[in-house]
Ligand binder design. Structure first.
Ligand SMILES: *[C@@H]1O[C@H](CO)[C@@H](O)[C@H](O)[C@H]1NC(C)=O
Ligand SMILES: *[C@@H]1O[C@H](CO)[C@@H](O)[C@H](O)[C@H]1NC(C)=O
Ligand SMILES: *[C@@H]1O[C@H](CO)[C@@H](O)[C@H](O)[C@H]1NC(C)=O
Ligand SMILES: *[C@@H]1O[C@H](CO)[C@@H](O)[C@H](O)[C@H]1NC(C)=O
Ligand SMILES: *[C@@H]1O[C@H](CO)[C@@H](O)[C@H](O)[C@H]1NC(C)=O
Length: 451
């Protein structure tokens, strides 16, 4: 909680490479849940998006990926400096196994890293759009393994990379770009961006399915588009207005036959927002009327000082989706919803563990065997720009022990992430993901692709 500044709505007046989103791909072929804990090994990757610094100054770009091994969470096994080889690759321009995709919000770069040896492989920059702006708020590898869909936030466009993860070939499909402003119209003939019902089409996040091949683009001013990400340009197959879907959603996660989308705070005019929507997996068609198929509203707390952000699906021992976790950055809680009943069944109060006066949970990753959840906890100097509720007291990696198949959890510890500049910890942990590193992790979150 607490107000701070964030870069999501400023028009690229910084050129720092800020990494906000991270998606790791994993190569585990798996069907069965392994009950023996401690055998599955994985890494937790968490991005400190504050500048890389040499201890005395802020150099204006970079950041660090802290990589923890599941068998020793006490300290990072490795810290990758995004200000070095990676940003070199990004700044010079473009320069399988498993990969990480990192997006740098303010500069609009998207970086692909080979995960096992941490080698930066390719770097792309989004193209200028609305008012000449470009960003890369998030980059989502698609469920069919063939693309990465990028939310060019202030450029108000969706962009796409074609990927061959095996051959490590990455291409920016400029013909696939879908501008969401200006003369863009929806299948119903409405304007994509319209002051009355979809006032600000900066895309925030773009979670996808592999079947069907659609991405759900949340919008800063509310409303949403479902797009067919295989078309060039990508094509809108469902359009929602801001009465049906709230603003600033990020934290979409697919589970079974549903996509959960939230709506949160994020701009000066809209600090607080807390909604959870459950969309069906199937039924999208450009022939449908607007706002069809309609999402079910699972949670709606529009007035309270709350800020839904991030999300996770918790599974039972058979791997079936059981609970949906909605972290709240302002209230320092995680609300737990039953996927069967769509009801709030528990609230995990992160302050009650007395580990932090203001944890400010942001994004969540759940271990493959569902024994631990990891949350990024924001620090006192979140990057940067407009008022927002993302400043926290204890920058770090929060570790939760999952109980009762995800209905509950015990907040076990905080591993502090440090980025000291002149003696002040400026770390700003945000993006988080994990990847199995052996073949014993037989259950993988379905937000991940299998190679
Ligand atoms: C720290 O980085 C700044 C900016 O790159 C540079 O000017 C300065 O010389 C560096 N200081 C040290 C001690 O390396
Ligand atoms: C760190 O301290 C040095 C020396 O006092 C100062 O020049 C520099 O601006 C400080 N850096 C930051 C980021 O405050
Ligand atoms: C829509 O606007 C873009 C950018 O201004 C322009 O390049 C394009 O030709 C326009 N398309 C139509 C159909 O008017
Ligand atoms: C949708 O956006 C318009 C324009 O900003 C605004 O007047 C209206 O109140 C919004 N509707 C909802 C339900 O937020
Ligand atoms: C946290 O502190 C409060 C107040 O001192 C105490 O009542 C509570 O038992 C503590 N909780 C834990 C988990 O230690």
């Amino acid at each position: 909680m607490a107000m701070a500044r964030q870069n999501s709505t400023t028009a690229g007046n910084h050129t720092r490479l800020v990494s906000l989103a991270l998606a790791l791909l994993v190569s585990v072929a798996a069907t069965r849940v392994l009950a023996e804990h401690g055998i599955c090994q994985y890494e937790v990757w968490i991005v400190d998006q504050a500048d890389t610094s040499n201890g005395t100054s802020l150099i204006g770009y970079g950041g660090y990926v802290h990589i923890f091994k599941s068998y020793d969470l006490s300290k990072p096994a490795q810290v990758v400096d995004l200000g070095k080889a990676a940003s070199q690759l990004c700044l010079e321009k473009t320069g399988a196994r498993t990969h990480a995709v990192v997006s740098f919000v303010a500069s609009g770069h998207v970086l692909v890293i080979r995960a096992d040896d941490r080698t930066p492989l390719a770097c792309f920059r989004t193209t200028p759009g609305f008012n000449g702006a470009r960003q890369a708020h998030a980059a989502f590898p698609t469920g069919d393994n063939r693309y990465v869909v990028i939310a060019n936030q202030n450029g108000k466009k969706l962009e796409r990379l074609s990927v061959d993860w095996e051959k490590e070939v990455f291409t920016h499909d400029v013909d696939a770009t879908l501008p969401l402003y200006g003369n863009c119209t929806t299948p119903s003939g409405a304007r994509c961006e319209d002051p009355a019902f979809r006032p600000d089409n900066a895309p925030i996040c773009t979670p996808t399915f592999g079947d069907p091949k659609v991405a759900f683009a949340t919008l800063r001013g509310g409303g949403l588009f479902v797009v067919d990400y295989t078309k060039s340009p990508m094509a809108i197959v469902a359009e929602y207005d801001n009465k049906t879907v709230g603003a600033n959603g990020c934290g979409g996660v697919g589970a079974g036959n549903n996509m959960f989308i939230n709506s949160g705070g994020g701009t000066a005019a809209n600090l607080y927002n807390f909604q959870v929507y459950k969309f069906p997996r199937y039924g999208y068609s450009a022939k449908n009327p607007a706002n069809t198929p309609r999402p079910k509203v699972v949670a709606n707390d529009p007035d309270g000082p709350r800020d839904a952000h991030g999300a996770a699906i918790l599974r039972d021992t058979k791997g079936s989706p059981k609970y949906f976790w909605q972290p709240d950055r302002y209230s320092n809680v995680i609300d737990v919803y039953s996927i069967d009943s769509d009801r709030l069944v528990h609230r995990i109060d992160l302050r009650a563990a007395n580990l932090s006066s203001d944890p400010t949970p942001d994004l969540v990753a759940v271990s493959p065997i569902q024994d631990h959840a990891f949350i990024s906890l924001r620090g006192p100097f979140p990057l940067s720009a407009d008022p927002h509720v993302s400043s926290g007291a204890t920058p770090g990696l929060g570790v939760l022990v999952i109980q009762a198949e995800g209905r509950k959890a015990r907040f076990e510890k905080i591993i502090t992430i440090a980025n000291l500049v002149n003696g002040t910890n400026r770390a700003d942990p945000h993006a988080i993901d994990l990847r199995p590193t052996n073949t014993r992790c037989t259950q993988v979150l379905n937000t991940h692709r299998r190679l």
